[in-house]
Design a protein around this ligand. Structure first.
Ligand code: 13P
Ligand code: SF4
Length: 319
């Protein structure tokens, strides 16, 4: 656990006005993921999926990047911008996929599969990226895997469900690292089927981090951005949403007349469809990280240079 000590916020501070003032003063861009709290999404310069946010991080001419997302996202922004300051409101905002792929074990896993190229989902550490030939996101995974010849043996890490969905969709047999997202793997097939019975006209949109048992019931599988696009373009007036509930904010704004039905986690006594890491960021912490210019993302320059090559290959293939 890392703790950033901030002086308290002065009573009466208008946090939104202060964030806007600091954004100008620092020449900062605020990037936010669709799973962030609504008030963070609403104040951000860009709200997007992992792919769009990495593309915007690569292009920005702002001097400071304030990343309202989780650590691997801010770390990717830093790797793309080694000379810029990258701030993350809460340094403990991690990801179970990134944490579930320790670099030493992953190095050994690669050595057990000679002749394989390594594709890593962007939800991983800089160390894992540095061991990879190519990075992908859920928004471009199919295109990225297809860019490798069909007879090229591949390792896919760290999400076994995303990798399994790509294998099935493209008829590949990539070797999968056994990682998973603790939020998406708890969506229950039983709950989803119950909702389909209650709402027979509804279409189901699911994120590919969900297990195959859930994905088999989906009308659309894709990244957060593609789920939002599906919700806008489908004729259905009811959409069952199988991903983190933060996405409902943009979805409701874009589809005021549609009924959005979030699937709860398997255990209804918890908010299992909320990512505990994404939700560590608050508007107050966003303000504090800008006011105090900390916590800041630091990546060893040699490691960053190694991790940059496979990220750039992904960005080149995603234009
Ligand atoms: P997207 O790339 O679809 O935004 O997903 C990121 C993520 O962490 C999903 O859990
Ligand atoms: Fe990681 Fe899952 Fe949270 Fe996305 S929802 S950041 S994959 S733990």
């Amino acid at each position: 656990m890392s703790e950033t000590l901030h002086q308290p916020i002065a009573p009466g501070t208008d946090i939104i006005a202060e964030i806007n003032r600091l954004r100008q003063e620092m020449n900062a861009v605020i990037l936010a993921h669709f799973y962030q709290e609504p008030e963070i999404q609403d104040i951000a310069d860009v709200v997007g999926d992992s792919l769009a946010l990495s593309q915007r991080a690569a292009e920005t001419d702002a001097e400071v990047i304030v990343f309202a997302g989780v650590h691997f996202m801010a770390e990717t922004a830093k790797i793309l911008n080694p000379h810029k300051q990258v701030l993350l409101p809460d340094l403990d905002a991690g990801c179970s996929l990134a944490d579930g792929c320790p670099p030493n074990e992953f190095r050994e896993f690669i050595s057990m599969h000679p002749g394989h190229k390594v594709i890593s989902y962007i939800n991983c550490s800089a160390e894992t990226k540095a061991m990879s030939d190519m990075i992908c996101t859920s928004g471009n995974a199919l295109r990225i895997v297809e860019s490798f010849p069909a007879d090229q043996p591949l390792i896919f890490a760290p999400d076994r469900y995303l990798g399994g969905w790509v294998n099935k969709t493209l008829g590949r047999d990539m070797v999968l690292w056994p990682g998973s997202c603790e939020v998406h793997e708890t969506f229950s097939e039983k709950k989803l089927v119950e909702l389909k019975v209650i709402y027979p006209e509804a279409q189901v949109a699911a994120h590919p981090e969900c297990p195959e048992s859930v994905l088999q019931h989906a009308d659309h599988v894709g990244s957060t951005a593609s789920i939002l696009n599906f919700a806008k373009t489908t004729d259905a007036m009811q959409i069952i949403v199988v991903t983190e509930s933060g996405i409902l904010h943009q979805m409701q704004k874009e589809n005021p007349g549609k009924e959005l039905i979030p699937v709860p986690g398997a255990d209804e006594t918890c908010n299992c469809n909320e990512c505990p890491y994404m939700k560590m960021n608050t508007l107050e912490k966003l303000y504090l990280c800008m006011r105090d210019r900390t916590p800041e993302i630091v990546v060893d320059p040699d490691l960053a240079a190694k991790a940059l090559a496979p990220i750039n290959r992904m960005l080149d293939l995603s234009r």
